[in-house]
Design a protein around this ligand. Structure first.
Ligand SMILES: [Mg+2]
Ligand SMILES: [Zn+2]
Length: 205
């Protein structure tokens, strides 16, 4: 019988407090089910609406050619990241329910956006979108969805994964529905009306 010597105890490495989780998207239909990768690092979360905050809102932006980043978006996100926030982009995408584009178009666009962010050293911890609408023209996307802002579903999905301090979390959006979603989730919401996102973030937070 061999006995383990004291020196052979394995060293356990702590992995920098980083958790990779996946959450299930808001669809209830089995063939549409999709997992979203979400990375948690910090105890604070910053939520950004997409159209009108991250990129210029040209109504139903879905193609890479239509993507134009808002002024100072990279500097703003770098700043927020330096303050040790996890960063989430949460976006209503009823263009899918209305038949203007497909979910895969959103995913391609988000991958492209993420490449641009990575080049600037920005880590987005998760991209969440809701493709639903109650008056959908594409029947399988007809749903009064809890993920669609002003409902708090997307924010709550993130909170269910990691223990964030709600008092330290915030959301930036350009519409009342964004601010209501923040309120419904119990966090601070601030309305961005254009200009430099960096100046706005520095002024508010
Ligand atoms: Mg918006
Ligand atoms: Zn939804």
């Amino acid at each position: 019988m061999f006995k383990c010597s004291r020196s052979c105890n394995p060293v356990r490495y702590q992995r920098n407090n980083k958790n990779l989780n996946s959450i299930q998207c808001c669809t209830s239909k089995p063939y549409q089910k999709r997992n979203i990768q979400v990375l948690s690092r910090n105890t604070k979360a910053a939520f950004f609406d997409r159209d009108g905050v991250i990129n210029v809102d040209y109504d139903y932006v879905a193609k890479i050619e239509e993507l134009e980043f808002v002024k100072d978006v990279f500097l703003a996100l770098q700043y927020v990241q330096s303050k040790e926030y996890d960063i989430f982009i949460i976006t209503n995408q009823s263009g899918v329910a209305r038949g203007f584009y497909k979910e895969t178009d959103i995913q391609i666009l988000h991958t492209h956006m993420d490449d641009q962010f990575k080049k600037k050293g920005i880590e987005i911890n998760g991209y969440l979108y809701c493709p639903h609408h109650v008056d959908a023209t594409v029947p399988e996307y007809s749903k009064d969805c809890n993920w669609r802002k002003p409902n708090p579903g997307m924010i709550e999905a993130i909170f269910s994964l990691n223990q964030y301090d709600k008092n330290e979390c915030f959301l930036i959006g350009d519409r009342c529905s964004d601010i209501m979603a923040a309120k419904n989730a119990g966090i601070r919401g601030e309305k961005f009306v254009g200009g430099s996102l960096l100046s706005f973030v520095k002024e508010k937070f």
